[in-house]
Write a protein that binds this ligand. Structure first.
Ligand code: 5GP
Ligand code: MN
Length: 348
């Protein structure tokens, strides 16, 4: 398909659109019954990219299911069409394509891929992802680590498919904007590129309000969640002349604050506000296992290197892992590895 810059609302360039592989356009354009899914513990980019793909397929006359292994956290209720997210494949649809977005490997899809292993083994998979750690696991893989969000990629894909970015009254654009704003931290992380801004300008022109989306994602928290943040932040610890900063969330914190486990989302980004931290780490107690979220300073420790030691991954500045140890032991092991990586940077 020829690239048509006039399909853009003004800012996305023909060069931007040409970055979408023809094989991706051909495969998705030819598919009529599509299952679209992002990663478990979903965020705005996981939901936005899956919804964007599903709505585009329907706009082109096909049928689609947008799915998630985990339920939709209430903070994402504002995303248009979020009620479309299903927990199970549609038994009435004989899928001809599965689109896995925002997931560095198939395991990140979570429960659905495990419970429907036969489906995921039989139906061709199209991967649309921006994690540098992604080695590809589909029939066609589109992995672009220069994209700030999977939603940035889907926003380039839509015009290539012939779906205008302002289709469905700008509601697709609003979902894609949510993913871009979430993954760039309101355009403040170093992953926000000129292309991210061009895509966002067109999403804005299509009717997606940056102000509304940013408020709903970042300034709309239940007070119990703020109490949880306060408890955890009050226990901030540091080492290596404060270049290593961490805090631990214990089950008691949830009970005492009245917050839910998913409301710990955002604490790591507050820890990362530290002026001294090369590496910020949040530990979350899962009983026999421990979740870690890490953030690292630009030009410093690679968060992918830190988390991959523990079977995780993500981006150079933001990554996570599930450590197969209880909290106290996981903390010792992860802090030792973080210390080694900070020491390797040399003196400040
Ligand atoms: P967060 O710390 O916000 O949960 O995650 C930061 C980034 O790391 C996200 O892009 C997320 O997709 C990725 N990530 C988090 N946990 C894991 C994990 O267990 N495995 C992999 N491969 N990536 C993860
Ligand atoms: Mn993402």
């Amino acid at each position: 398909m020829a690239t048509d810059p006039t399909a853009s609302l003004g800012s996305i360039t023909g060069h931007d659109l040409a970055a979408v592989p023809d094989a991706v356009v051909a495969l998705l354009g030819a598919s009529r019954r599509v299952l679209a899914i992002g990663h478990e513990s979903p965020d705005a980019d996981a939901f936005g990219s899956a919804l964007g793909v599903a709505l585009a397929v329907e706009w082109l006359g096909g049928r689609a299911t947008a799915m998630s292994s985990d339920p939709v956290p209430p903070m994402y209720d504002f995303m248009p069409h979020i009620e479309r997210i299903r927990a199970e494949p549609d038994p009435d649809l004989d899928y001809d394509l599965i689109v896995v977005s925002d997931s560095g490997d198939l395991g990140r899809v979570g429960r659905v891929a495990r419970e429907h292993a036969e489906l995921f083994g039989r139906v061709p998979i199209l991967v649309i992802d921006h994690h540098a750690s992604n080695e590809g696991f589909g029939a066609v893989d589109w992995v672009d680590p220069s994209a700030a969000a999977a939603c940035e990629m889907v926003a380039l894909l839509l015009p290539r498919l012939g779906v205008p970015l302002d289709a469905l009254d700008g509601t697709i654009a609003a979902d894609l904007m949510a993913g871009v704003i979430g993954d760039t931290g309101m355009f403040q992380h170093p992953n926000a590129t000129p292309r991210t801004m061009r895509v966002s300008a067109d999403l804005l022109a299509a009717g997606a309000s940056i102000a509304d989306v940013a408020r709903r994602i970042y300034r709309n928290k239940p007070n119990a969640q703020l109490r949880l943040f306060g408890r955890v932040l009050a226990r901030l610890e540091s080492d290596l002349d404060e270049r290593l900063v961490w805090a631990s969330l214990e089950p008691d914190d949830l009970v005492r604050s009245g917050a839910s486990a998913e409301q710990s989302e955002g604490i790591i980004d507050l820890l990362a506000q530290s002026a001294t931290a090369e590496v910020a780490i949040l530990f979350r107690d899962l009983g026999d296992r421990t979740r870690i979220s890490t953030r690292t300073r630009d030009g410093g420790v690679d968060a992918i290197v830190l988390t991959s030691t523990f079977g995780g991954g993500g981006h150079p500045r933001a990554a996570g892992a599930t450590v197969m140890l209880p909290l106290a032991e996981a903390r010792v092991a992860v802090l030792a590895e973080a210390t080694r990586l900070i020491d390797a940077l040399g003196p400040r």
